[in-house]
Design a protein around this ligand. Structure first.
Ligand code: GAR
Length: 210
């Protein structure tokens, strides 16, 4: 079994998708072992408690920089014997220490088709504001491995979602969550935990199931 830690900052609907998948045994060889929040007020913590998953807070406000927060996070993850770190609506850029400690074992869900509308400043609703301002007809979601480039790691799964006339950032966010994020993230996590993701440079090969 791969012990999974989910890092969150807010509402936690992607965490909920993972909890629901675990309930339906869809995470296969993975188990949700910890939920770690960057804020003590995140509703995601409530979702974790309701599912009896141990919760931890590494409060960004207690640290002078992302680097010092990353240091404590890395130590906590190692202490908890975590094999996969999932960033599910985690709103801070983690620095090199955690990436070196968990090579190709950190995945992130991003609410756009990378390399569009990503990088520093592209998070949460801002991503959908950028997509609407550009006028794209398709957006979507990406699940990718995390490396030292913000939103720049090898792509595991992507799904396109239509942008409709009259969309607001909120309506687009909701459609992308429902049609893409909540499906892709549990799928990518279960593939990882079954050992079916093989990284070859920038390409992630999905190995056949048994
Ligand atoms: C999700 O749309 C997620 O993709 C996005 O924030 C939202 C969190 O929602 N993440 C990023 O923008 C990271 N760059 P949730 O807390 O309900 O899962």
């Amino acid at each position: 079994m791969t012990r999974i830690a989910v890092l969150v900052s807010g509402g936690g609907t992607n965490l909920q998708a993972l909890i629901d998948a675990q309930r339906h045994t869809a995470l296969k060889q993975g188990m949700l072992a910890a939920v770690i929040s960057s804020s003590p007020d995140a509703y995601a913590l409530e979702r974790a408690r309701n599912a009896s998953i141990p919760t931890y807070v590494v409060n960004r406000r207690d640290y002078p920089s992302n680097e010092s927060m990353t240091h404590d996070l890395t130590e906590l993850l190692q202490k908890l014997d975590i094999g996969l770190v999932v960033l599910a609506g985690f709103m801070y850029v983690l620095t090199g220490e955690i990436i070196r400690a968990f090579p190709n074992a950190i995945i992130n869900v991003h609410p756009a088709l990378i390399p569009s509308f990503c990088g520093e400043g592209a998070y949460g609703l801002h991503v959908h504001e950028q997509a609407l301002a550009y006028g794209v007809k398709l957006s979507g979601a990406t699940v990718h491995f995390v490396n030292e480039d913000c939103d720049g790691g090898p792509i595991i799964l992507q799904k396109a979602v239509e942008v409709l006339d009259g969309d607001t950032p909120k309506s687009l966010q909701q459609r992308i969550m429902e049609q893409a994020e909540w499906k892709l993230l549990p799928k990518a996590v279960s593939l990882f935990c079954e050992g079916r993701l093989q990284v070859e440079g920038r390409w992630v090969k999905i190995l056949p199931g048994l």
